[in-house]
Every structure is written in structure tokens, then in C-alpha cells.
Ligand binder design. Structure first.
Ligand code: COI
Length: 354
């Protein structure tokens, strides 16, 4: 793929305080854009971040034929090198999401080239502080204006970038979850494993209700019995019970998280037993009763690793002990961010220098 670069005549990066940007409020000066027309992907370009014209009949808007990814660029605290973390995993997941929604796939090589070029153009936007990163958001959607329900014949592939702080504040004891006993995020055979907007749209109403009642996120349960735990908001979830760490399996209803996969690998390297299996609210309740519930944490690109302090199910509260400085969630957070910011040697080959 050849990528042409059209620089913005009025870059803003020097006028923005990157330490106060929050999550997703500010976009960088440029974006990557590539279109699919007449059966193939055209050449790519880096252009100023700006609105793009969309047909009011855009199939992606009407029928949700749209997929996205999320990954971050980190500036090394000691060597100033900008690194991506396991972008090959995002490429594989994007391809799987495209496949599920009948969207023409993007090769891993093309995605990595597009991301690397954008990050190189936007290098001034990669924060210097360890608590901020440059979040990268690839997005592909059916752009054809048409009204029957079928795959589009034209697509937009964009990558936008935003300097961000972590999604949750890690300074407190953790976040509280409401286990949802009516709404579901995904059902077997559905789209739960694809990173597509519809999966997030369906969470807005229950999450809004949860926030109004003082919870930080929803804990999604299985769609049939509302007993087995799936995901926490936009994160995968881990339970440390006794000496083991348990996380729900990738059975098609949850997102195959890059952080989730990295955590399982680190636990294996550290000799900590982990199980990918179904875990129910009843098992959690029982573990709590027997004092075996040691910690619970969520994991995702935006959230990194965040402790969970409380899970409420049908007005019953399962309180999780406060994480100690030695807690796994802290050890994992330190190891992952240490690798990402180039402070710990990357023995797994996870980082890609831009
Ligand atoms: C991510 O962790 O990158 C996500 O996609 C979460 C996002 C929806 C805020």
C-alpha cells in the first residue's frame, strides 16, 4: 500500500495540555483514510483530521455494518522510543470482526503500516507522561448509501488518534459493578466476539441505569440463565480465588482482549495457575463466604488493569478485599505498563517500535 501524506496547515499539538485531556475528548491533527470501491482497497493517505461527507443512506449507520479497534502508542520513559503493544493481535481481531460483519478485510501488514505512519506523523502528540498515551482507533464501516439489508459495496477505513488518560482512576480501591440480571450484551451465535459498535450501543441503557444508581460499570452475565459471568463493561474480568486465577472462556460471547491474553501469558510465566472457564455468581458468592475470594480485576486496552471492589447481584453485595500493594492486579499493571513504556525488557516480543 502506498500512503500519501497531506499535512495539516494548522497543527494544534503545541497548544494542548496533554495532561488534562481525559479519555477521547481531544483528537490529533491528522488521520489515516482509505476507501474500498469497485471491489478493492484504494491507496491510503494521511490527511488532516476533519469531518468526512457521508450519505444519509450510509449502510454502516443504518444497519451497523461497522467494526473498530483500540490500541495505544507509548513513549518510553527512559529512551523516548515510541512503542505499540501487540498490534498484530489488533490486526487479527480486526480481520475477525470484518469477517463476521461481511466487511472486506484489511491485511495485518496494511494495518500496521497505516498505524506506524500515522504515529510517526503525530509523534509530538504521544504524551511524555507515564499516565497518558496516544490512543489509536481504527474504524471500518460500510459507506454506501442504500437501503436494503445487505453488505455495502463501498467502505471507509479510518484511523483516528487521541491523547488519553487511563479510562478509570486507579488511585481508589477499585470500581463497583452491577451484575445485570435482565439485559444481555451478547448471546451464543451473536456478535459478542466482534468489536462492533452494536455491542456497545446495547450496553448504553443498562449502563446508564447502573451509573444513576452509583455503580461504575455493568457486569455482563450469560444470556440464557443470567448466572455465568462474561465481561465487565468494556473489559475482560479476572477472579483470584485461593491460588488460582479464573477468567471466562472465549466462547464467542466475549471480546478476545489483547490485555486478557497478555495477562494469561504473564501468569503462566510467573507460575500462577489460571483457568479459562465458566464462573458463576454462585461460585463467587461461595468463594466469598469461605474467604477464598482474594481479588477481582478488569483488564482492557483503555482500562489497563483495574481492581474491582464490589459486585452487586439482585441487591446482594459481594465485597472484594482491598488490593494490597502486592496484589496481582498491581503486579500485572506494573509489568504490562513497564513493558509498554520500555522500562522492563520485552522478553515476549510484544512491542513494536515506531
Ligand atoms: C479499549 O479498551 O480499547 C476499548 O475498546 C474500550 C473502549 C470502548 C473505550
Amino acid at each position: 500500500m502506498s500512503i500519501t501524506v497531506h499535512k495539516s496547515p494548522s497543527p494544534r499539538h503545541s497548544s494542548i495540555d496533554l495532561s488534562t485531556v481525559g479519555f477521547g475528548n481531544v483528537f490529533t491533527d491528522h488521520m489515516f483514510r482509505r476507501q474500498w470501491k469497485e471491489g478493492h482497497w484504494r491507496e491510503g493517505s494521511i490527511v488532516p483530521h476533519e469531518n468526512i461527507p457521508i450519505s444519509p443512506g450510509c449502510l454502516g449507520l443504518h444497519y451497523g455494518q461497522a467494526v473498530f479497534e483500540g490500541l495505544k502508542a507509548y513513549r518510553g520513559t527512559q529512551d523516548n522510543i515510541i512503542r505499540l503493544f501487540r498490534p498484530d493481535r489488533n490486526a487479527a481481531r480486526l480481520a475477525a470482526s470484518c469477517e463476521r460483519l461481511c466487511i472486506p478485510t484489511i491485511s495485518a501488514d496494511d494495518l500496521l503500516e497505516a498505524i506506524s505512519t500515522l504515529v510517526a506523523v503525530e509523534k509530538e502528540w504521544v504524551p511524555h507522561s507515564r499516565s497518558e498515551t496516544l490512543y489509536l482507533r481504527p474504524l471500518v464501516f460500510g459507506s454506501e448509501g442504500h437501503l436494503s439489508v445487505r453488505p455495502a459495496t463501498s467502505y471507509e477505513f479510518l484511523i483516528i488518534a487521541a491523547p488519553v488518560s487511563e479510562y478509570f482512576d486507579r488511585r481508589g480501591p477499585g470500581i463497583s459493578l452491577k451484575a445485570e440480571d435482565y439485559f444481555t450484551r451478547a448471546a451464543p451465535g451473536g456478535m459478542g466476539a466482534a468489536k462492533t459498535g452494536g455491542n456497545y450501543a446495547s450496553t448504553l441503557r443498562p449502563t446508564g441505569d447502573g451509573l444513576a444508581n452509583g455503580y461504575d460499570q455493568i457486569l455482563w452475565l450469560d444470556s440464557e440463565q443470567h448466572q455465568f459471568i462474561e465481561e465487565a463493561g468494556q473489559m475482560n474480568i479476572f477472579f483470584r480465588i485461593g491460588d488460582k486465577v479464573i477468567t471466562p472462556p472465549l466462547a464467542g460471547t466475549i471480546l478476545p482482549g489483547v490485555t486478557r491474553d497478555s495477562i494469561l501469558r504473564l501468569l503462566g510465566e510467573w507460575g500462577i495457575e489460571s483457568e479459562e472457564r465458566r464462573i458463576s455468581i454462585a461460585e463467587l458468592r461461595d468463594a466469598k463466604k469461605k474467604n477464598h475470594l482474594v481479588e477481582v480485576f478488569g483488564a482492557g486496552t483503555a482500562a489497563v488493569v483495574v481492581p474491582i471492589k464490589n459486585i452487586e447481584f439482585k441487591r446482594e453485595s459481594i465485597v472484594v478485599p482491598d488490593p494490597t500493594p502486592e496484589a496481582l492486579c498491581n503486579r500485572l499493571y506494573n509489568e504490562l505498563t513497564g513493558i509498554q513504556y520500555g522500562e522492563i525488557s520485552d522478553q515476549y516480543g510484544w512491542t513494536l517500535a515506531v
